[in-house]
Design a protein around this ligand. Structure first.
Ligand code: HEC
Length: 400
């Protein structure tokens, strides 16, 4: 029953998380796009009002003409729309989902006893330390080096190095799948914290100053913009980390941390292409294409480097060995030894039971995929399945 309810919680939280993330990423991409497409108005009354740039767009059967004021307009409408719930709900649902599907079942999903046999409490504490620790380091970098003239490039480089270090560390203390997700959650947390601690408070100060008829300190806008720019480069890397758990080939190898870093770097490069592309059309930026090509080259290189080894051809024997079908009873023996502790009467992970021949036959395709193709099962190989046993399952499935 607990498993069943956890599955529901997982489904509903994931649904909500994806929806709110789409809303957040969508609006944040839109504003980056908007900023890059603003054209300085020529009409004197707009200039007189303080409009620094405007854009014309057509969407959904209507025409839109958003205008951006430099620093602050002389007066603002009382109905001012703020953007923060998209971000906060994404973080809240994401953290709840992480708790339900990882922290709650840390022994199954996070701990790889071949790395470090954490207790659940330890695993939870270490995971939370990643989330908080990254934010503290990143925030200090932005406030010190990032506040200096021309410091932004250094912040970018240092944040990249911190992410590399965190990826290495996470994959050396947790199972690959959890480590990838944790690195994604860590960066995602910093993105929401940027909104919560800097962007929104800064905007509140601006609005307050305007209300009091005082001059608006441009530092708030500058700081908000810096965090906003970082968030845009974090987006694609985080989304890769969030999706990676469906692709065990990315996180199961010994150099999985490099795969994570390379994919995240490719994401940031491709994002850079899109950011610059809008301004490029208006003649503001250099040609951004090299960023896209570099990102694609990194991915292609990974595809090549990570390819599975070609099986050694058996050219010694003139007669190929006759493949004999495997009886399901033999497979059942393997299941009993390696799988039933998580897929038996007591516990049925993902609703999969493997304690009878009938169930085994029914799940044949999924067993083959999980054990032979992706090797995701047994989870973190908790039960120590051997290569021979995997081969046996492969033969059983292929010759059924
Ligand atoms: C330590 C516990 C554990 C062991 C041992 C284990 N599994 Fe799993 N299994 C899980 C968990 C947890 C999930 C859910 C994975 C997820 O959420 O992606 C799962 C999911 C599955 C699924 C469904 C996958 C899907 O996404 O639909 C199959 C099939 C499966 N396991 C087969 C096996 C087989 C076959 C073995 C033995 C060779 C095995 N498992 C051993 C924990 C285990």
């Amino acid at each position: 029953m607990e498993m069943y309810l956890l599955d529901w919680a997982n489904l509903l939280l994931r649904w909500l998380h994806v929806i709110t993330a789409i809303a957040w990423v969508g609006s944040s991409f839109y504003f980056v796009f908007l900023d890059n497409n603003l054209i300085k108005p020529e009409s004197p009354d707009l200039l007189e009002k303080g409009v620094g740039g405007a854009m014309w767009a057509v969407h959904g059967g209507g025409f839109y003409n958003p205008q951006k004021y430099m620093v602050a307009p002389k007066k603002i409408h009382t109905h001012l729309h703020w953007f923060y719930w998209e971000s906060y709900t994404t973080w809240l649902t994401g953290f709840a989902l992480f708790s339900v599907s990882y922290l709650w079942q840390a022994q199954t999903y996070m701990v790889d006893p071949q790395l470090i046999a954490w207790t659940q409490g330890e695993a939870v504490a270490v995971a939370l330390a990643f989330l908080v620790g990254f934010w503290l380091i990143y925030d200090v970098l932005c406030r010190t080096i990032g506040a200096r003239e021309g410091g932004d490039k250094w912040v970018g480089l240092l944040v990249f190095l911190v992410v590399v270090g965190a990826s290495w560390l996470a994959t050396h203390v947790f199972a690959g799948r959890a480590a990838f997700l944790l690195v994604g959650a860590m960066i995602g947390t910093a993105m929401s914290a940027n909104v919560f601690f800097w962007i929104i408070p800064g905007q509140r100060k601006m609005v307050k100053a305007m209300g009091a008829g005082e001059p608006v300190d441009p530092i708030h806008g500058k700081r908000g913009k810096q965090r906003s720019v970082h968030n845009t480069y974090f987006t694609l890397p985080v989304l890769f980390a969030m999706l990676s758990n469906h692709y065990s080939f990315t996180y199961t190898g010994p150099y999985n941390w490099l795969v994570l870093v390379a994919m995240m770097a490719a994401g940031a490069l491709i994002r850079q292409f899109f950011v610059m592309r809008h301004g490029y059309k208006l003649g503001r930026n250099g040609n951004p294409a090299p960023y896209a090509w570099l990102g694609v080259a990194v991915i292609v290189a990974l595809i090549v480097v990570m390819r599975p080894p070609v099986p050694v051809a058996n050219n010694s024997a003139a007669t190929p060995p006759v493949a004999t079908p495997v009886a399901v009873a033999d497979v059942k023996q393997v299941m009993t030894a390696r799988c039933v502790m998580c897929h038996g009467e007591g516990m049925q992970m993902k609703g999969v039971r493997l304690d009878s021949e009938e169930w085994i036959n029914r799940h044949a395709q999924a067993i083959y995929q999980q054990v032979v193709v992706t090797k995701a099962m047994p989870m973190n190989n908790a039960t120590g399945i051997t290569d021979e046993e995997r081969a046996l399952i492969a033969r059983w499935f292929e010759l059924r």
